[in-house]
Design a protein around this ligand. Structure first.
Ligand code: ADP
Length: 465
């Protein structure tokens, strides 16, 4: 089974923290142990040197070593445990203290070399499974070392102190680590408690109660900022949900009207026996209602499509070509209403996008223009290029739109004059669909209008190349 890191951040934090502390403690303990070991070993050196000097002076004065050693032991009983020997220039012992029990101390090449230069030497060596510290001091006569005094002392006491220090470390390090880990765990738990609280609140918020908000603690810290971000997201979700709900209600309402008309017509027809001509009339009227329903369903499908869908596939679209094709359809609508429709082309321009979707957007504008322009009026399409944009505008000499309503007409299901629109079959989705398509293509759809002076809808799209 593979090891998996613990799921909770606070456990992971505590583990990291404890691991880092353990490393620090081990390194500092090891270093301090080494420093202490060096210091304790060096501590022995002055007393060894002191004794060696006393013996050197005594031997140099011709009094021999044993008298000096006894005198020194008389001063400090600690010297009794020291090993003392005197050797001649070739290394042959001339005096061994009783503690040596006849076994001479070794004389290293380094000590011999140093002695020739008149210098003392300190060494650490093993004797009877115990470490001892040894000083070698030359006795200089006539400028040459004639004999060497060697004094050794046991390091047992230093080792005992070191062992005690190690024992202390074995207690202090785990204890300190344990305390620090518990403290760290407590701190991590306390610092992360608001996150737990936040996730509990977020879990309680369901689609029906999007008005609920995550509580702010007022500290202004990272967690408060996270809560604010969550709240902003909730507000956006709430808005989007509300819009969706309104949209569904409006859509259902729009569908119900033609369905009720359809049902009413069919019920009346069924109430009594009718002639084939009468049945044909009813079926004809019903077919019109069904057509209207199909158009509405198609519009609803378009409104429901995502931005990415509305602008795909992307291919070069010549705006003049597109306007001419849509103009044909517009002319068929305009003729029976005695509305003149014409086109004016400035600089040719190509944009990138989905030609069918763009045709649909322009057609919606032309349909509106023709629908709302009284007989004898004019609808004019203009295609032009301005800087890096392609412009396509639809101007009419219709009634215009009150300036206060100019922004609202782009919202779904908005009809300014319900009676007039219903009669002409619109559900108030045309402009909303046109704007969605244009925006999905990275463009804008704007309206300039004044009541009684007609309207001009302008599509502005980024030009290709
Ligand atoms: P509809 O299907 O009702 O035409 P639209 O979304 O296309 O829906 O338009 C919304 C409303 O904007 C229309 O009901 C109408 O009142 C107003 N409108 C749109 N185009 C024009 C225009 N060219 N002239 C006057 N009013 C317009």
């Amino acid at each position: 089974m593979r090891w998996r890191p613990p799921a909770s951040i606070h456990t992971r934090l505590t583990l990291w923290y404890t691991g880092a502390l353990l490393t620090i403690l081990l390194v500092t303990s090891g270093f301090s142990y080494w420093l202490l070991a060096v210091a304790l070993t060096r501590d022995v050196d002055p007393s060894l040197l002191g004794l060696a000097e006393v013996i050197r002076d005594s031997v140099a004065a011709g009094h021999g070593a044993s008298g000096a050693l006894e005198a020194a032991v008389g001063l400090d009983s600690e010297f009794r445990d020291h090993f003392v020997q005197v050797v001649d220039a070739r290394g042959t012992p001339t005096y061994l203290s009783s503690r040596l029990e006849g076994r001479a101390l070794p004389l290293s090449a380094r000590a011999l070399d140093n002695s020739r230069a008149g210098e003392q030497t300190f060494e650490t060596l093993q004797r009877d499974h115990r470490q001892v510290r040894l000083v070698t001091l030359p006795i200089v006569r006539d400028g040459r070392p004639s004999e060497l005094v060697q004094v050794a002392g046991s390091l047992t006491r230093s080792h005992r102190a070191l062992a005690r220090y190690l024992e202390t470390l074995f207690v202090i390090v785990p204890l300190g680590l344990g305390l620090a880990a518990s403290g760290g765990a407590l701190m991590a738990r306390k610092a992360l408690a608001p996150v737990d609280a936040m996730s509990r609140t977020a879990r309680r918020i369901k689609a029906e109660e999007l008005s609920r908000r995550v509580e702010l603690r007022g500290t202004g810290d990272e967690l408060d900022r996270l809560a604010e971000t969550l709240n902003e997201m909730l507000a956006r979700l709430e808005g989007a949900f509300g819009e969706m709900r309104r949209f569904s209600a409006d859509a259902a309402h729009e569908l119900r009207t033609p369905l009720t008309a359809l049902k009413g017509g069919l019920e009346v027809a069924l109430r009594a026996a009718r002639s084939p001509e009468e049945y044909r009339q009813v079926l004809g009227a019903s077919l019109e209602d069904v057509d209207r329903l199909i158009r509405l369903a198609e519009d609803l499908l378009l409104v429901g499509r995502s931005r990415a869908d509305l602008a795909a596939p992307r291919a070069p679209v010549d705006l003049e070509q597109l306007a001419l094709e849509v103009l044909d359809v517009g002319a068929q609508l305009a003729q029976p209403r005695r509305v003149t429709i014409r086109i004016e082309v400035g600089e040719p321009v190509t944009v990138l996008g989905d030609v069918t979707a763009l045709q649909r957007a322009v057609l919606n504008l032309i349909e509106n223009a023709v629908k709302y322009t009284p007989a004898g009026g004019l609808v004019e399409l203009t295609v032009d290029r301005e800087d890096h944009s392609g412009l396509l505008s639809v101007r009419d000499t219709g009634p215009g739109i009150p300036s206060g309503e100019a922004a609202r007409v782009f919202e779904p299901f908005v009809r300014l004059d319900a009676a007039r629109s219903r009669e002409s079959g619109g559900a108030g989705l045309g402009l909303s669909i046109a704007r969605s398509i244009v925006v999905a293509h990275g463009g804008t759809l704007t309206l300039e209008t004044a009541l009684g002076h007609g309207s001009r809808f302008t599509i502005r799209l980024p030009a290709a190349g």
